[in-house]
Every structure is written in C-alpha cells, then in structure tokens.
Design a protein around this ligand. Structure first.
Ligand code: NAX
Length: 331
C-alpha cells in the first residue's frame, strides 16, 4: 500500500475549502489509490467552523483519508506537508483600497512562506489560490528561498477550464474533446484566454477551434470577455464567488502536475517566468505547460501574433505593477 501524502489546505473553513477537502479525501486530486492525510488551517475566528468541517470529514468515512489535522497554528499545519494548497487570504471588502488588501495578503504570505520553508516536507509542491493569486505566490517564493522556485505555482486552471467550457458550449461538443486553450498572465480581468492553438477532436481528426467556430469576431471579443469576467458573473448569480469550480480546478492543477499531462495536451499554470515568450522574468505568470515526473515545463515555440502580443504584454504590465505594490507594502 502507498504511504499517505500530507495535503495542506489553508482557509479550509471557507467556501472553497468546504468544496475542496472532500474532493481531496475522495482521491480526485492524487488518484483513487493514494491515501491522504489532510492538514487544515484557518484563523482563530473560524476555529469552530473548521472543527465542524473536520467532524464532517470523519462522518463521511472516506476510505482514503488516513488522518485530519485541523488547526489555527501555522507551524502545526505546515509540518511535513507534501502538497500545500493556499486558499486562505484577506478578501477585498467594500471601500478598501487595493494597497490595504495587498498589504494584508503580503503579510499573510510572508509568514506562511517561512512556516512552509521550515516545516514542510522536502520538495513540497505549493499551489496558491487566494487572490491576488500570482502576486501572493511571488511573495511566498521570495520569502521561502529554500523551496525551489519550480515548486511554487498559482491557480489559473479555473480560467483555463472556463475557456474549455465556453468553446464546448459554443460548438456543442464534449468539453473533453476540446484542448490546448491557453490562459496567459494574471488571474485577473487582464488575463488573455488564447484559442489560437486550441483544437477539437472530431470524427475527421483534430480541427483548430478557429476553423470550427468560424467567427473570429466572437473569439476575439466576446469569448475573451466572458472568460475574463466569469468570476464576476458567478458572484452576480450566486451572491457568492466560485467555489466548486475553483476546488475542482485546484484538483486538476495538482493532479496534472504530480501525475502528468496526457501526451499532446497542455494546461495553464501560473509559474515563475524564465523569460519565455518575452514575458519579464521574475513574475509569476500563467503559461501553457506540460508536466512529466512531477515537473512542469513551459511549452515552447508557439507562434504569437500581434493581437496576442499586445495582450500578453498588457497582463505582464499589470503583474509588474502588482509586484511593485506588493514590495511597497514590505517597507
Ligand atoms: P472565504 O472567505 O470563504 O474563505 C477564506 C478562508 O480563509 C476563511 O475561512 C478565512 O478565515 C481564511 N483565512 C483568512 N486569513 C487566513 C490566514 N492568514 N490563514 C489561514 N486562513 C485564513 O473565501 P473563498 O471563497 O473560499 O475564496 C478563497 C480565496 O480564493 C479568495 O482569496 C478568492 O479571491 C480566491 N479565488 C481564487 C480563484 C482562482 O482561480 N485563483 C478563483 C476562486 C476564488 O475567487
């Protein structure tokens, strides 16, 4: 039998946490034969609710779940974890300045970075979900210098999956037959959902999405805006932000990272830029990646037209600005 893997979920008493922990305990994240021990962290005001989640995990009698640590102590939460899914953060409240929210999250990610660096298992893989996801991940990377930078990522898989969903609905095809969309850049409304290399499996073989949609105007405007604004549309409809889709996409992100992407398929992950596609290095930026043996690699050599170039640069500029704002909160 396999040794259990320890998975940390921060902000586990929140909405995404509530959707995510049962998925992990059912094997959605690491596979149906991989036992897990869940580490759940939240802050003291949420301690009672967190304990309620722990009670429900016990009640659900998940065969793969070999233990639950529910705590408000960051050291206890981080000790020995192999995977860390960082969902906890400070939300933007009405009337708050961007800088104030950034400052709160910088201090959270700075201290949790140190705890992970000191107490997590060697080679721990980190996924930051909490917004501003790319910049929180960058702060975590800066303050956990002994964690290899390739182990620190942020979630843009939800945006990627939203793009697959929109194409599938438009063409009336199975979502599993659509692949290789790309989310470039920030997990924000400046992200660039790119279908220029995306394909659909048809009885006559793989066809480019553009060829099948036959409506460049829609692909270049409405499609992009719908994916960029989908989070806001969910809030409007549910009066709460995306939770089940965020949780499911976080599982997809970790599963593909650990177990590998299928041959010929790439996914989108926020990773530390090495300057590929002339994206400034030193940002956590969403790229197309393939994964093998637990490591991601940026897909190289894709053609970038002028329309795309502008959009890649715009979202990079926003990330550079966020980075400067985050650094200004450190002093
Ligand atoms: P909730 O407010 O329901 O839950 C957040 C939880 O984090 C709360 O229980 C809170 O007590 C806890 N928390 C706050 N500070 C903490 C700290 N220092 N340590 C540990 N826990 C702490 O928000 P939810 O809807 O679950 O969303 C969580 C985060 O995901 C938000 O930042 C949200 O903006 C972000 N999202 C990111 C997405 C992505 O694709 N990257 C999509 C969904 C979501 O909007």
């Amino acid at each position: 039998a396999k040794e259990p893997v320890r998975v940390l979920v921060t902000g586990a008493a929140g909405q995404i946490g509530y959707a995510l922990v049962p998925m992990i305990a059912r094997g959605v994240m690491l596979g149906p034969d991989q036992p897990v021990i869940l580490h759940m962290l939240d802050i003291p005001p949420a301690a009672e609710a967190l304990n309620g989640v722990k009670m429900e995990l016990v009640d659900a009698a998940f065969p793969l779940l070999k233990g639950v640590v529910a705590t408000t102590d960051v050291v206890e939460a981080c000790t020995g974890v192999n995977i860390a899914v960082m969902v906890g953060g400070f939300p933007r409240k009405e009337g708050m300045e961007r800088k104030d929210v950034m400052s709160k999250n910088v201090s959270i990610y700075k201290s949790q970075a140190s705890a992970l660096e000191k107490h997590a298992a060697a080679n721990c893989k980190v996924l930051v979900v909490a917004n501003p996801a790319n910049t929180n991940a960058l702060i975590l990377k800066e303050f956990a210098p002994s964690i290899p930078e390739k182990n620190i990522t942020c979630l843009t898989r939800l945006d990627h999956n939203r793009a697959l969903g929109q194409i599938s609905e438009r063409l009336n095809v199975q979502v599993s037959d659509v692949k290789n969309v790309i989310i470039w850049g920030n997990h924000s409304s400046t992200q660039y959902p790119d279908v220029n290399h995306a394909t659909v499996k048809t009885p006559a073989g793989e066809k480019p999405v553009r060829e099948l949609v036959k409506d460049d105007a829609w692909l270049n405007a409405e499609f992009i805006a719908t994916v960029q604004q989908r989070g806001a549309a969910i809030i409007k409809a549910r009066k709460l932000s995306s939770a089940l889709s965020a949780a499911s996409s976080a599982c997809d992100h970790i599963r593909d990272w650990v177990l590998g992407t299928p041959e010929g398929t790439w996914v989108s992950m926020g990773v530390y830029s090495d300057g590929s596609y002339n994206v400034p290095s030193g940002l956590i930026y969403s790229f197309p990646v393939t994964c093998q043996n637990g490591e991601w690699k940026i897909v190289q050599g894709l053609s970038i037209d002028e329309f795309s170039r502008k959009k890649l640069d715009l979202t990079a500029d926003e990330l550079s600005e966020e980075k400067a704002l985050a650094y200004s909160c450190l002093t």
